[in-house]
Design a protein around this ligand. Structure first.
Ligand code: NAD
Length: 484
């Protein structure tokens, strides 16, 4: 790992650190101060070509021949190394993304757990035999796709790298990763640890660079057999269109506008801290952030007062001081969030509460103290589109029908939370809400390594995490034998 203050990070291709073929670099800024502290190679199609070639050779070489048990053992050693380097990786994640250090620690722990989970699952992924004609035996084998492309975002670099690459390698693929230009240092460091764990060169390659250059080259590459993408809906469409030209399957995880529904009989002492945490976590830059709170009218006033008090008590500041909320990732993101909130306020949306900025927050940092919005018209952009900042929009409803209509009334369908003590209503609402995950009387933004995760509607398709994620990195090969 580079150690000086403007460290020069490199791609990892075929087991070797490499400069960009162009020799060009990108600056890496600290979101807490806005200052440059490292550089990345600005990769392009030439670097992607080299990485895909290396991955293909790995598929045909030692990695392709490794048994499922051997793959699992590599992942288990990798998990142990991540745990050993936990504090170093957490400090790096905190600096690179700006997230509070306790959140960064949790993310690194989750990454180690993904490798552990998929290490254990690698040799438990079975195919099937199929009853067919007399005198025949038919097998449906689960085989890896081959070379998998992974385009990952900046909000959870370590976690999303872990869930995607951990599953793909466990299933026997070789990977080419395009991490996000705004935050990709932990994936680079994690990849170096994979080599230490015994992963053969070429089985895992990372190409840094801009989305429009390295990312687009990977999405359009004819040598890729599958793409996993997490990020914005617009980029997801571009990636899927580019992959379609080569008939490459794509998994898309595209964010959401996830609702938390509070019924009048809910245990508010349990619900309210979770409602606040679900939008403040990672400064709201979470695909599954609980960005809407729907409140039954009978408790609307009380809940708004209690939420406002909680928002006003939050501290927003540099990640290293472990505040409730860190800075946003970039100036661009700060401007985007600010513009969306300004437009909403100009249209009559009321700010019900705002958190405070800590004195230690540097003026160059990208801080946006958490905000609670009231009187939000359900059709307004701020109620429909992903803000990707710590902005919670509140709505009132009467009864289950209106609650379901509001919950389902956006283009997205990623996650939802339902808070009620009525058991029958818990199930009715869980069935009615159009989302890939519904939590009842709890909420986990993105929740759980062991839980299938992914969207309905514009939130995307395909599932990551859990065993389902592992299956997604395989395809079926049918072998039909006529033996008489
Ligand atoms: P993005 O979707 O553009 O970037 C995600 C990844 O895709 C990055 O690695 C990027 O380099 C890559 N990429 C960008 N353009 C590409 C292209 N043409 N072809 C291939 N890869 C490409 O996200 P962003 O611009 O960094 O953020 C914009 C908005 O997207 C955010 O404000 C937020 O609303 C949303 N977002 C969502 C998630 C999520 O987890 N769902 C993550 C990041 C951003």
């Amino acid at each position: 790992m580079p150690s000086n203050e403007t460290a020069r990070w490199l791609h990892l291709i075929d087991g070797e650190p490499r400069e960009a073929a162009s020799g060009r670099t990108l600056d890496v800024a600290d979101p807490s101060t806005g200052e440059r502290f490292a550089t990345l190679p600005r990769g392009d199609a030439r670097d992607v070509d080299a990485a895909v070639d290396a991955a293909r050779r790995a598929c045909r070489g030692a990695w392709g021949r490794a048994t499922a048990t051997e793959r699992g053992r590599v992942l288990m050693r990798w998990s142990a190394l991540v745990a050993q380097h936990h504090e170093e990786l957490a400090a790096l994640e905190c600096r690179d993304t700006g997230k509070p250090i306790s959140q960064a620690r949790a993310d690194i722990g989750a990454c180690a757990r993904y490798f552990e989970y998929y290490a254990g699952a690698a040799d438990k992924l079975h195919g099937e035999t199929i009853p067919y004609a007399a005198g025949s035996t038919v097998m449906a084998l689960r085989v890896p796709h081959g070379v998998t492309g992974h385009i990952i975002p900046w909000n959870y670099p370590a976690q999303i790298f872990g869930r995607s690459v951990g599953a793909a390698l466990a299933a026997g693929n070789a990977c080419v990763v395009k991490p996000a230009e705004d935050a990709c240092l932990t994936p680079l460091r994690l990849a170096a640890l994979a080599l230490e764990a015994g992963l053969p060169p070429g089985a895992l390659n990372l190409v840094c660079g801009l989305g429009a250059e390295a990312g687009a080259a990977l999405a359009a590459h004819p040598g890729i057999d599958h793409i996993s993408f997490t990020g914005s809906p617009q980029t997801g469409t571009a990636v899927a269109q580019a992959a379609a030209v080569n008939h490459v399957p794509v998994t898309l995880e595209l964010g959401g506008k996830s609702p938390q529904l509070l019924f009048a009989d809910a245990d508010l002492d349990a619900a309210l801290p979770v409602v606040v945490q679900a939008i403040v976590q990672n400064a709201g830059q979470t695909c599954a952030a609980g960005s809407r709170v729907l409140i039954e009218r009978a408790i609307h006033e009380e809940v708004m007062e209690r939420l406002a008090a909680r928002f006003e008590a939050l501290r927003c500041g540099p990640g290293r001081l472990d505040p409730d909320c860190g800075p946003l990732i970039s100036r661009r993101q700060l401007e985007r969030v600010g513009a969306m909130v300004e437009a909403a306020c100009a249209d009559g949306v009321r700010v019900a509460a705002r958190a405070r900025l800590m004195d230690e927050a540097a003026s160059g940092g990208h801080y946006f103290p958490p905000l609670l919005l009231a009187q939000v018209p359900p059709a307004h952009d701020i109620a429909q589109q992903e803000v990707f900042g710590p902005v919670l929009a509140a709505f009132a409803f009467d009864g289950e029908d209106e609650a379901a209509a509001l919950a389902n009334g956006t283009p997205y369908g990623l996650t939802a939370g339902v808070w009620t003590r009525d058991g029958a209503r818990q199930l009715r609402m869980a069935h009615r809400i159009e989302a890939g995950q519904v939590f009842v009387n709890n909420y986990g933004a993105g929740g759980g390594i062991e839980l299938p995760f992914g969207g309905m509607k514009h939130s995307g398709h395909g599932r990551e995490k859990a065993f389902e994620g592992l299956r997604g990195f395989t395809t079926i090969k049918t072998i039909a034998i006529r033996h008489g």
